[in-house]
Ligand binder design. Structure first.
Ligand SMILES: C[S@@+](CC[C@H](N)C(=O)[O-])C[C@H]1O[C@@H](n2cnc3c(N)ncnc32)[C@H](O)[C@@H]1O
Ligand code: SF4
Length: 376
């Protein structure tokens, strides 16, 4: 996420009133192998730090729930990196720590590579996790090698079936498209396999060429074939209802809450948290806080944060953009008179519609352009 506003190191002098039911994100910065396209905060050569990671996570968690006075979490998301690279004793300790805060938690998601063992899946389910997200990317062997994934199509199918057998009712697959290897035949075959699996949700991402990845600057790895992409998304929509640009199926409550701009704690190396100003008694400021991305440094000092302060206008812009990218929409009364007039124009052009007090988009793909037009 772009850090666009003023950054300061500390807000330790502020006092916070009770954060009623925020979201919790926990970052696991370890992977078994590094995918060619991936710029996430994840490392393959730091396995020796896994043992110390829990103590650091615990220290930060206890610090944050005390600082922000948290009593319970609405949803939890354990993401990465690759959470399935962490052994079961890590999660046993983690869920013991989280248990008092999970009494009313509606959804606990974990990301996993599609090579997790049945034993790992079964135990994770028993710890209370009720949604699993597999980084499958494709079921085509050649494409998996091209992306530098360390699983085969067969192993992925087996792992997804095992997740169902272990009791998971909510199963997501991450799929990457618009790579140079994609064509109708390959994607049709992926869809056919998806049709045969107990999947409730798809996240379909168009390949992005990112900085600090093996593919940095190499756009030959992408294929810009608009017709193929439109066809693929249409096929996905026949199977799963679209509720955000890249997301289809039974909505992930954690992501919906992000897009509704709810508050969240960010725990772990490279995690981000977000707190609204009304919780902060001394100064009226909204802020995000960032932990250290260097895992060694995080372990030494897990409560060293960099704060990004956001103005009310920053928040308004985000609410409009995130609301138009998804089914969440945004409350019309956050807009001023001029902005409301521009919304009316877009409603007349059939680009937006109003439902109760909220404004929604007819086409999530236009979100960037529409939000830039509404808030100049
Ligand atoms: C945090 S990552 C993945 C979780 C897990 N580590 C995995 O890969 O199995 C979430 C998803 O983002 C998507 N992703 C990551 N980098 C991407 C890129 N450069 N372009 C498109 N999608 C990307 C992948 O589909 C990936 O599964
Ligand atoms: S896509 Fe997932 S498995 Fe691959 S390097 Fe990134 S975080 Fe790790």
């Amino acid at each position: 996420m772009e850090k666009k506003s003023i950054q300061r190191k500390s807000n330790n002098n502020y006092k916070f009133s009770i954060l009623k039911s925020p979201l919790l994100y926990i970052h696991i910065p370890f992977c078994d192998s590094k995918c060619n396209y991936c710029a996430f905060n994840s490392y393959t050569n730091l396995n020796h730090l896994k043992k110390d990671y829990f103590e650091a996570v615990k220290k930060q968690f206890l610090h944050d729930i005390e600082k922000f006075k948290v009593k319970e979490f609405e949803t939890v998301f354990i993401g990465g990196g690759t959470p399935s690279t962490m052994p079961l004793p890590f999660y046993e300790k983690l869920f013991k720590l989280l248990e008092p805060f999970l009494k009313n938690t509606k959804e606990i998601t974990i990301e996993s590579n599609p090579n997790a063992s049945y034993e790992w899946l079964k135990n994770i389910k028993n710890f209370g996790v009720n949604r699993i997200s597999f980084g499958v990317q494709s079921f085509n062997g050649e494409k998996l090698k091209f992306l530098n994934r360390n699983h085969s199509s067969k192993l992925a199918i087996n792992t997804i079936l095992n997740a169902k057998k272990a009791g998971f009712e909510n199963i997501n697959l991450d799929i990457i498209y618009a790579t140079v290897l994609d064509n109708y035949e390959l994607l049709k075959n992926d869809l056919k396999i998806i049709d045969s699996l107990p999947v409730t949700h798809l996240s379909a991402y168009s390949l992005m060429i990112e900085e600090n990845t093996k593919w940095e600057g190499d756009y030959s790895k992408r294929k810009d074939d608009e017709e193929l992409e439109i066809w693929f998304i249409k096929e996905i929509k026949k199977r799963f209802k679209q509720y955000e640009i890249s997301n289809f199926g039974k909505p992930c409550l954690h992501n919906l809450a992000y897009w509704e701009h709810k508050e969240y704690l960010g725990i772990g190396s490279g995690a981000v948290g977000f707190i609204k100003s009304k919780k902060c008694k001394v100064k009226n400021e909204n802020f995000r806080y960032y932990t250290q991305t260097d895992v060694n440094k995080y372990i030494k000092n897990p409560t060293h944060y960099v704060y990004e302060y956001l103005t009310d206008n920053d928040i308004k812009k985000e609410k409009v953009l995130l609301g138009l990218r998804s089914i969440t929409g945004f409350e019309e009364d956050i807009l001023n008179k001029e902005e409301k007039k521009r919304v009316e124009i877009l409603i007349n052009e059939n680009k937006l519609f109003k439902k109760e007090s909220k404004i929604h988009s007819n086409d999530f793909l236009l979100a960037d352009a529409l939000s830039a037009y509404i808030i100049e």
